[in-house]
Ligand binder design. Structure first.
Ligand SMILES: Nc1ncnc2c1ncn2[C@@H]1O[C@H](COP(=O)(O)OP(=O)(O)O)[C@@H](O)[C@H]1O
Ligand SMILES: [Mg+2]
Length: 393
C-alpha cells in the first residue's frame, strides 16, 4: 500500500522501488541542461551539487519571502495544490530581489508543506527541470528558497490562473472555442518540446490545474514536481512509482508503473476532452464520474461527437474543428499506448486551428452572453465510492 497524499485527487504511491528518482534529502541533484527551444536539442548530465549560479536562479531568504507575502496572509493566497499553497509576492524587476508588498513585479510564491517528505522531492524536481528548461509554454522559475525545513519556489505570475478555474468555476466567464483551441495547441507544444529533448522529460502530471494562463490566455505547463527523465537508448519506458492524479493518469502506467511519453499523451487526451466538454476528468459531485468512460461512446462516433460539447459554448464553435479535436482525443486515449500519436503529431494536427491572439483580442470574450448556460455535470449514476487511489484504479 502506498501513502496517500493530503489532497485525495493527487496521490503518490510506492508501487515499485524508484531508485533513479530518490534523491538524498541533504543534497541537491540537478540536471545541467542547455536547451534550444527551436531545435529542441539539449545536452544533459546529472550531477550532484548545490543549486549553482549557472542555473540562473535567484536564491531567496525565507524571511524576505515571508515579508513580501505579508507573512503568507490569506488575501495573498492565489492557489493551492497537492503539496503547498501559492501566494502573491513582489520582486524588483531589474535585480529580482524581493521588494515590498505591492511594489515592483508580481510573482507567485509556492510554499511547500515543511513537514512533507514528498514536498521536498517535488521542490527538487521543480528546481531541476524548470531551473534549466526554457520554453514559451513552460512557466518560468525565478528562484527558490531552501532554508532549514522550508522549501519555496518563486515563479513568474500567471495573471489568469489555472485552466481548471476557467473551465469549471461557476463565477468565471466561460472561455470561447478559439481560445480553447489555442490553449490545447500551447499545451501540445510544451509537451512536444519536453518529449523532443535529447534526454526526454516526461511531465507525468498533466491536468487542468497545472496549466496556467497568461494575460492573453497562452498556456504554460507549471508544477514539475512529478516530472522525470524518460527512457534512454532503445527503451520505450521507465519503471517507476505510480504518481499522478486520478482521472488523468494513463491506465497502463497505473497498472504496471511503466511510464513513457505516451502516458503524457493519454493525459493530454483527457485535458482535450475537458476543453471540449467543460466537464471534469473526475467529477466527485455525482459519485465517481469518469469523463473518459462517459465520453467514449460519443467521441468514437463522428455523428455523436457533438453531444459531448460544452453547452456554455452556446453552439459557437466550428463543427469540423470539434470533430477533428474529438477524433484526436480518441487516438490519444487509445488503451494501447503504442498506437497513441506523439505529442509532435498532436501539435501538428491542432496547429492548423490556431487563431492569432491579436484577432481574439478584438473580439468579445464571452462565447455567447445570450445562452447563459451553467457548467455541465454528469447526470447519470456511477459507482458510489469515489476512488482516487491510483493503485486501486
Ligand atoms: N505562477 C503562478 N501564477 C498564478 N497562479 C499560480 C502559479 N503557480 C500556481 N498557481 C496557482 O496555484 C495552484 C497550485 O499550484 P501548483 O504549482 O500546481 O501546486 P502543487 O504543486 O501543490 O500542486 C495552481 O492550480 C494555480 O491556481
Ligand atoms: Mg499542481
Amino acid at each position: 500500500m502506498g501513502n496517500c497524499c493530503r489532497r485525495p485527487a493527487r496521490c503518490a504511491h510506492v508501487a515499485s522501488p524508484d531508485s533513479q528518482t530518490s534523491h538524498p534529502m541533504k543534497e541537491i541533484f540537478f540536471i545541467q541542461e542547455t536547451s534550444n527551444p527551436q531545435s529542441g536539442k539539449t545536452s544533459s548530465t546529472t550531477t550532484k551539487s548545490n543549486v549553482s549560479p549557472s542555473s540562473g536562479l535567484m536564491s531567496y531568504n525565507f524571511n524576505d519571502l515571508r515579508n513580501v507575502t505579508g507573512n503568507f496572509k490569506t488575501s495573498n493566497l492565489i492557489g493551492e495544490g497537492g503539496f503547498g499553497q501559492v501566494f502573491k509576492g513582489w520582486i524588483d524587476e531589474s535585480t529580482l530581489a524581493t521588494s515590498r508588498q505591492g511594489v515592483g513585479m508580481v510573482v507567485a510564491i509556492k510554499k511547500l508543506d515543511p513537514e512533507s517528505f514528498q514536498g521536498h522531492k517535488e521542490w527538487l524536481a521543480e528546481v531541476n527541470y524548470l531551473g534549466h528548461l526554457n520554453h514559451e509554454n513552460l512557466v518560468k522559475l525565478v528562484g527558490y528558497c531552501s532554508e532549514s525545513k522550508y522549501r519555496l519556489l518563486v515563479y513568474e505570475y500567471m495573471p489568469r490562473g489555472s485552466l481548471e478555474n476557467h473551465l469549471f468555476r461557476k463565477s468565471v466567464q466561460p472561455i470561447r472555442w478559439a481560445t480553447r483551441m489555442n490553449i490545447a495547441i500551447g499545451i501540445a507544444r510544451g509537451l512536444s518540446f519536453l518529449h523532443s529533448l535529447k534526454t526526454q522529460v516526461i511531465y507525468r502530471d498533466l491536468k487542468s490545474s497545472n496549466i496556467l494562463l497568461d494575460s492573453d490566455f497562452n498556456a504554460k505547463l507549471s508544477d514539475f514536481g512529478f516530472a522525470r527523465d524518460g527512457p534512454v537508448g532503445d527503451k520505450t519506458h521507465v519503471s517507476t512509482r505510480v504518481l499522478g492524479t486520478g482521472g488523468y493518469a494513463a491506465p497502463e502506467y497505473i497498472a504496471t508503473g511503466h511510464l513513457s511519453t505516451k502516458s503524457d499523451v493519454y493525459s493530454f487526451g483527457v485535458v482535450l476532452l475537458e476543453l471540449l466538454s467543460g466537464r471534469r476528468a473526475l467529477d466527485d459531485r455525482v459519485g465517481e464520474s469518469n469523463l473518459v468512460d462517459w465520453s467514449r461512446p460519443f467521441i468514437s462516433d463522428r455523428k455523436r461527437i457533438l453531444r459531448i460539447m460544452d453547452t456554455r459554448l452556446c453552439g459557437q464553435y466550428s463543427k469540423n474543428e470539434a470533430q477533428t479535436a474529438a477524433a484526436l482525443a480518441v487516438n490519444c486515449l487509445n488503451l494501447d499506448a503504442r498506437i497513441r500519436p506523439s505529442m509532435t503529431e498532436v501539435f501538428t494536427t491542432l496547429e492548423q486551428f490556431r487563431t492569432p491572439n491579436d484577432y481574439l483580442r478584438t473580439q468579445s470574450r464571452e462565447p455567447g452572453r445570450s445562452c447563459n448556460k451553467s457548467p455541465p455535470s454528469f447526470n447519470y449514476k456511477t459507482t458510489p465510492n469515489r476512488n482516487t487511489n491510483l493503485n486501486k484504479m
